[in-house]
Ligand binder design. Structure first.
Ligand SMILES: [Zn+2]
Length: 118
């Protein structure tokens, strides 16, 4: 399994991963992962689990499938989106669509980036 520890970038203390992402001495600093292996060896496992010895995990999940991603064809949430914020709609394909969106209250930054309140 991934053999690693966590290191505080403020004080340099190296400690076991407890899942808290906080230095035991409570420094408000980035906590980095320190790996025992200096070289990446790919395992014969699905998806990103091929790199498990460089992942901050203690065991591999007991599944046979790899990670799943989904491409939205309708709406997407921008970074740091919060419930109630506007959503991103797919890019336009014509000037006529842009004119229609503007008349329907969409907020368009450009032809490829329009937002809609749901
Ligand atoms: Zn610290």
């Amino acid at each position: 399994m991934g053999n690693y520890q966590i290191q505080c970038t403020a004080c340099g203390q190296v400690y076991p991963d407890t899942g808290s992402n906080e230095c035991p001495d409570r420094h408000a600093a980035l906590q980095r992962t320190v790996y025992a292996a200096e070289r990446l060896h790919c395992a014969d496992l699905p998806g990103m689990m091929r790199f498990y010895n460089w992942l901050p995990i203690h065991h591999t999940p007991a599944v046979t499938a790899g990670p799943v991603t989904y491409k939205s064809e309708v709406l997407a949430t921008p970074a740091n989106w919060q419930p109630g914020d506007k959503l991103v709609v797919p890019a336009l394909k014509s000037k006529a669509e842009m004119d229609k969106r503007l008349s329907e209250g969409y907020e368009c930054k450009d032809w490829y980036l329009c937002f809609k309140k749901i």
